[in-house]
Structures are given as structure tokens and as C-alpha cells.
Design a protein around this ligand. Structure first.
Ligand SMILES: [Zn+2]
Length: 277
């Protein structure tokens, strides 16, 4: 039998700021698979970290420094592998306001995903920075990673690391929509009215903001994050398994909502093995 790194605690971040998916349902989904571990749902990571510091001056210092670091990892141009090392005042101020109001989303701004993981890891309380603790951070923000092959940044749904980050905006923006969408866009135009019409034509075949299927879809992403922790491999080749690494919206829907089963035989067996430990 394989050795699994079973966490003692799973911390899910996003209470209050993430309304859809339903984090309670996602937490009980993990509880069903891993009975006996402690799961808690915390507010967003910044509020959580700031809750340890009561002194006003000190809080301001933490927020200022975080805002500066976040502004510095913005991707300004998706075709350039360089970030924003000298952010201007307005950019830092924008981040400051976002840290203090986590519900706000930021259309058009995105971050380098690996750098974001690094910053978030650095603010997790030291005593929780070990493999007994699995941190899953839900965010409304967009992040992207640099692709060496085509020399540009690509938006991502999730990055599995320490911590794992999952973007609610990313599930809408990152996986490609059906091919008809891009063809129609080319021929019918990109103005808002045309786009709305094109989207109506393929409705249901892609995930939208505040989609009623969001919780169902996110079940697979929290499990990918869990499998990354357990085994180091978050993904599966089976297109019907929730661990399938989907690049198209229709693949997301197939893997998360459409398959005959939730998990393939291999992953079902791992769940069984873990339950018996
Ligand atoms: Zn599988």
C-alpha cells in the first residue's frame, strides 16, 4: 500500500467573501472522504491573519507591506515574462482596499500565481506551516502562470502548492469555451451585444459567474487539492473522474457533472484505503 500524507487539519478560507460555491457543502464533502480529520472554514486569508494583530499601527504596517507585495506581482502584460517590481501608489492603494474588503473582485487585474502562493505561504502562522495542515484558499481574484512553450501567461483555475489556491473567477475565465464561441466572436464581433447573443447560443456548455453548478464543479477542485497533499499528484487521465485536468469548459462539465461516476476506479480505491487507515 502506498504511503499517504494525511493531514490532521484542513483549513478552507473564504467564509463571507465566497458565497458560491457553498463552502459548508465542500467541507462536508471532504469530511465524508476523510472522517476523523479537523476541518474548519475560515474567513478570507487576509482577515484571518490580521485577526491575530489587534494593535492598529501594527495592522496598518502588515496591510501596507502586503499591498506593496501584491501590487508587485501583477501581470501587466500577458505576453511579457516580467511583473511589476515598482508598483505605483494607485496600484498599492487598490490592493490595500482589496485586502480590507475581500468580497471585492477585480476584473482585469491578475497576479502571477506562483508568486501569489509564495506570498500567501509567508503569512500563514508559522505553527500551521507544516504538512499536518492543508490550507485551501478560495479567491475571487484571477491569477495566471507563465507558459514557456507559447511564451505567455495563461489564466488558471487553481494552483496546488502550499497553500493551494482556487479561483472562482478562474473557473469562468480560464478553461476555453466551446470552439463555436471563438468562431462566432471572429465573425459577429466582440461588442457586448454580440457577445451576449453568442453566449446565449451555447448556454449551459460553460460555467458562468455565480453559476448554480458552482458547488458541484468545485467538489473536484478541492479533491485535486487534497490529492496533491496526499500523493503529490492532483490529476487523473480519466475524463470522467473529478480529478481530470480540464482545459476546456466542456471537459470541466464532463468531469465534474457529467460522468457516470464521480471518481475512477483507481481514485475510488485510494479513498477506500485511506478510510481503512
Ligand atoms: Zn481518477
Amino acid at each position: 500500500m502506498e504511503i499517504y500524507r494525511i493531514p490532521s487539519f484542513v483549513h478552507i478560507y473564504g467564509k463571507g467573501s465566497i458565497k458560491n460555491p457553498n463552502l459548508d457543502i465542500l467541507a462536508s464533502n471532504i469530511r465524508d472522504r476523510l472522517p476523523g480529520i479537523g476541518i474548519d472554514i475560515r474567513e478570507d486569508i487576509f482577515s484571518y491573519v490580521l485577526s491575530f494583530t489587534l494593535e492598529e499601527e501594527k495592522r496598518k504596517e502588515i496591510v501596507d507591506s502586503l499591498a506593496k507585495r501584491l501590487a508587485g506581482i501583477r501581470v501587466l502584460d500577458p505576453a511579457k515574462n516580467g511583473l511589476n517590481p515598482d508598483p505605483i501608489y494607485g496600484e498599492i492603494d487598490y490592493e490595500r482596499r482589496k485586502i480590507l474588503n475581500s468580497s471585492s473582485s477585480s476584473i482585469g487585474v491578475f497576479y502571477d500565481g506562483f508568486e501569489l502562493v509564495r506570498i500567501l505561504c509567508s503569512i500563514i502562522p508559522k505553527e500551521q506551516q507544516n504538512l499536518k495542515h492543508l490550507h485551501m484558499i478560495f479567491t475571487n481574484q484571477l491569477f495566471a502562470t507563465w507558459d514557456e512553450d507559447d511564451q505567455r501567461y495563461h489564466t488558471r483555475v487553481s494552483i496546488y502548492g502550499y497553500p493551494s489556491i482556487i479561483s472562482i473567477a478562474g473557473i469562468v475565465e480560464a478553461p476555453a469555451k466551446p470552439k463555436e464561441y471563438y468562431l462566432a466572436k471572429q465573425f459577429q464581433g466582440r461588442d457586448q451585444l454580440s457577445l451576449t447573443g453568442i453566449k446565449r447560443g451555447i448556454r449551459g456548455r460553460f460555467i458562468e459567474y455565480d453559476d448554480k453548478r458552482m458547488t458541484g464543479v468545485m467538489k473536484g477542485y478541492i479533491m485535486q487539492s487534497l490529492f496533491y497533499h496526499l500523493t503529490g499528484s492532483p490529476f487523473c487521465k480519466d475524463r470522467s473522474c473529478r480529478l481530470f485536468n480540464a482545459h476546456w469548459q466542456e471537459e470541466v462539465i464532463m468531469a465534474q457533472l457529467g460522468g457516470e461516476y464521480e471518481y475512477c476506479e483507481v481514485h475510488r480505491r485510494i479513498f477506500e484505503e485511506i478510510k481503512e487507515l
